[in-house]
Write a protein that binds this ligand. Sequence first.
Ligand code: AKG
Ligand code: FE2
Length: 402
Amino acid sequence: MAPAAPFNPPSADLPGKPSVPKWVPPPATQEKHNFAQLKSIDLSLLDSDDPAVVEELIQQVKIAIRDDGFLFLENYGVSLEQLHRQFSLAQYLYHNITDEDKERLLFSPETGAWSGYKHPYGFKRHRAQPDGIEQFNWYKPDWEDQENRVPKCLLPFMDEIETFCNYLTKSVNRRLLTLFSRVLELPDDYLWNSVQSHGSPTGEGYFRHALFRPVQQQTQEASKGLRMHGHTDFGLTTLLFSVPISCLQIWGQDEQWYYVPYKPGALVINIGDTLEIVSGGHFRATRHRVYKPPQDQLSYERLSLVLFNSSLGDLRMMPAAESPLIQREGCVEEQGVYKEFKKLTSQGNVVPTNRQWREIQIATCTDPTDTVRNRVGADQVLIDGKVMHQREYMGVKVVLPV
Ligand SMILES: O=C(O)CCC(=O)C(=O)O
Ligand SMILES: [Fe+2]
């Protein structure tokens, strides 16, 4: 393959751009326990002229997504300096957004869209208990009407933010989907052409600047250290940037939570529900949550940048029957959402469309601080003596570890 072009953003010094203080990464934790060991994939190897190198890469990817459903991606075309500029812009947002913009751009997740400004008081438009999480999410309409839908302080930098998202979606994610298509033994652009949504720098998905502030005691007691409930992402792939403050945890096959380690400059790739379904369960939509960091990081703020790639809204997902891998080995029915979708279909019911699946989860997201919902008998159940979080979305039961 011709080598993929590296990221080449517009200049940070164009006339009229305010100067942006550099983001200084906080120190990594000294804690060594309870960290996952994730496999790392070198995306530049996809460009190799040597077919044996490429074949080896596909095999590595196949094992990583089957075993963990989470992997590190390196050499994907964005330098550490370019990446830190994007973190600096996110930091600039939280230092400069006005109260007027927070009000004007306030999110309405009840509508099923996660766009705009999230206040640090829970996952609903009305304010509940403080959770210390602020976010700004870009969704299709926000790219289309930036003057009215983007915080004023970020408008001078939208050229850089938009170019970054376009590169992540149309270069990094596209190459990643090529790898995944090859694991399914399908044409390179199968997932990109038939499943990935298009039409904006983030398709029907989201780009997010998130800031997690340390929480007060009252919040800590209500949530027991949880910042976001255990979940799987609803879409195709999620591109998270590895950050120094360790809060992201994944649920291991031994049924324990493990922190995702910090690997400077790497992307943390997470398989979403629709990819699990398309792959007939060969790829694992891994359960993850956001939890308080180790003791030595409790007083630091955590910036997190995420790109959620969404699948086409009107599609109802099912395994790609034309995949030789699926034809040969059948589907893997031991896990999660794919198994539930399969059950629904075999009972003669239709599964939700991707848009319905996405919107219902956004609209009904609950807070870790909600001590009424987070109890056995409400959203929690006891299964084999273990407390699990149980939700049902459009007839699909989702059971997740707490
Ligand atoms: O901030 C993070 O590290 C992860 C957030 C996450 O899992 C999500 O928003 O789906
Ligand atoms: Fe997630």
